[in-house]
Design a protein around this ligand. Structure first.
Ligand SMILES: NC(=O)c1ccc[n+]([C@@H]2O[C@H](COP(=O)([O-])OP(=O)(O)OC[C@H]3O[C@@H](n4cnc5c(N)ncnc54)[C@H](OP(=O)(O)O)[C@@H]3O)[C@@H](O)[C@H]2O)c1
Length: 208
């Protein structure tokens, strides 16, 4: 199994890279600073590249089975379009091929907006994440209308805590109460879906 991780050099993507290599998969990581990743492994290919560069993505996805996007940014600029544009690039690059796309978005996107809690909705989202989340909403819309297999992963509030393998995978958002989830456990879920994609065309929330 060959896995391509856009944004695999840090955060959830780096956790997933480690878990996938431990399982014996071939992993290609692309990010702007992938070559500085703190891992060396015979099954790991590191590509320095920007997800906004379609040609660079096209050059690297032809032979992969699964494409993952764990891309992230703190740049909340007005015209933020990193999530939607990189998603378009991934989909354009695999157009016509039968591949699985797994993308991380987050709690608070689409129908989970009012499930993220008062602090998130009244302060964090409007003052710090408005443009990022506007673009993540567009990203989910693009994925939901694409013509390949997909899974959207919506983590609750991320921590750098340990891998537990014990978390809730929520698809019915009535009465949803969200808390935290470690990046390692999000990576654990993504890996489980690579191996047995039971959440196809779904967008579960992950939370403890
Ligand atoms: N923080 C939370 O509580 C929370 C909750 C739910 C969901 N999320 C979402 O979860 C996702 C992962 O977050 P994280 O904190 O684990 O990740 P992160 O540490 O922010 O890492 C983001 C990754 O994206 C790469 N990246 C950024 N811009 C890129 C570009 N233009 N081209 C290629 N790669 C690029 C970065 O590498 P380079 O810099 O080398 O390019 C890095 O590998 C994000 O989408 C975030 O919004 C976060």
């Amino acid at each position: 199994m060959k896995i391509f991780i856009l944004g695999g050099s840090k955060g959830i993507g780096l956790c997933l890279t480690k878990l996938a290599l431990e399982k014996g998969y071939d992993v290609t990581v692309m990010s702007r600073s992938a070559e500085n990743m703190p891992i060396v492994h015979k099954n790991l290919t590191k590509i320095n590249g920007d997800g906004l560069d379609l040609q660079k993505i096209e050059e690297n996805v032809e032979k992969v089975d699964v494409l993952i996007s764990t891309i992230g940014t703190r740049n909340n600029k007005k015209n933020q379009n990193l999530f939607s544009e990189t998603t378009k690039n991934l989909l354009s690059a695999i157009n016509g091929y039968n591949k699985l796309l797994i993308s991380v978005t987050g709690i608070g996107v689409k129908e989970t907006l009012d499930k993220a809690g008062f602090l998130f909705n009244k302060i964090i989202l409007p003052f710090f994440l408005k443009n990022i989340y506007r673009d993540k909403n567009i990203q989910e819309e693009i994925i939901k209308h694409c013509n390949t297999q997909w899974i959207i992963v919506r983590p609750a509030f991320l921590t750098n805590g340990p891998l537990t393998g014990r978390y809730r995978i929520v698809t019915d958002f009535n009465n949803l109460k969200v808390g935290k989830i470690s990046r390692m456990d999000v990576a654990h879920f993504i890996l489980s879906q690579i191996e047995d994609p039971v959440y196809l065309k779904m967008a579960p929330v992950l939370t403890y």
